[in-house]
Design a protein around this ligand. Structure first.
Ligand code: IPE
Ligand code: IPE
Ligand code: MG
Length: 238
């Protein structure tokens, strides 16, 4: 058997928690809770097999439009996740990072503080980077980047004609993160839902009907195997 190539950066749209719960006659928030369990296993497995960056879509800028009860349940889950991670921060080796509009007034300040604390406490670790897309929207990210650029131009720190792809990328939340090699979406939806539009231009896409709480390390292996069968050309001819 030939050695398989592990994608350097895997991005995941963790979708289908609601349908998973519905199928089982459970409340949607129970689906989200089980989704967190699935995520925990995927994080340690990805770290173990040598993935350098794992980015997961946890909450989009559009997800605020969901019923208040569901949004509150999700915030509570993130809060609990952060508490748990902070408690075992000395044992784990991955680096935690959030992409998205962390400074929006919609985000409870206690939650923001915990995110910043966990980012800080894990910044010198040597394991995988775990990026959580939280209050993330690709268009929102691009607009926030444009505003920062315009400010730098106004302040004389930057000239408009200096702009290029690399410089633009450095204004995004994903600064210093290589573009994803593989993007996985669970639940059978074939769309990107405002996830990393700038960064996914040459990413390989893998869609599965598996609902996120059922997504196991075996499912991740299947996606990586499929990735290994793809021929990436980046616009070049063979
Ligand atoms: C994904 O599961 C989790 C979040 C968007 C927070 P959904 O809640 O979207 O589940 P479905 O798509 O309704 O099944
Ligand atoms: C995308 O899923 C966002 C997350 C997984 C966090 P959605 O369930 O919000 O996407 P749509 O509404 O089906 O496009
Ligand atoms: Mg969904």
């Amino acid at each position: 058997m030939t050695e398989r190539n592990i994608p350097r950066h895997i991005a995941i749209i963790m979708d289908g928690n609601g349908r998973w719960a519905k199928e089982k006659g459970l409340p949607r928030n129970e689906g989200h809770r089980r989704g967190t369990k699935a995520l925990e296993k995927i994080i340690s497995y990805a770290d173990k097999i040598g993935v350098e960056h794992l980015t997961v879509y946890a909450f989009s800028t559009e997800n605020w439009k969901r019923p208040q009860e569901e949004v509150e349940g999700l915030m509570k889950l993130f809060d609990r996740y952060l508490d748990k991670e902070l408690k075992k921060v000395d044992k784990d080796n991955h680096r935690f990072n959030v992409i998205g509009d962390l400074y929006s007034n919609d985000i409870p300040s206690k939650l923001r503080e915990k995110i910043l604390l966990l980012q800080n406490k894990t910044k010198d670790k040597s394991g995988m980077y775990f990026h959580m897309a939280f209050n993330y929207g690709g268009r929102d990210e691009i607009l926030r980047a444009c505003k920062k650029i315009m400010k730098d131009v106004e302040e004389g720190k930057l000239k408009g004609d200096e702009m290029n792809e690399d410089l633009f990328s450095s204004y995004l939340d994903t600064i210093n993160i290589p573009d994803p090699d593989l993007m996985i979406r669970t639940s059978g939806e074939i769309r990107t839902s405002n996830f990393l539009p700038w960064q996914l231009t040459y990413t390989e896409f893998y869609f599965t009907s598996c609902l996120w709480p059922d997504f196991t390390t075996k499912e991740l292996d299947k996606a990586i195997d499929e990735f290994n069968s793809r021929k990436r050309r980046f616009g070049k001819s063979e």
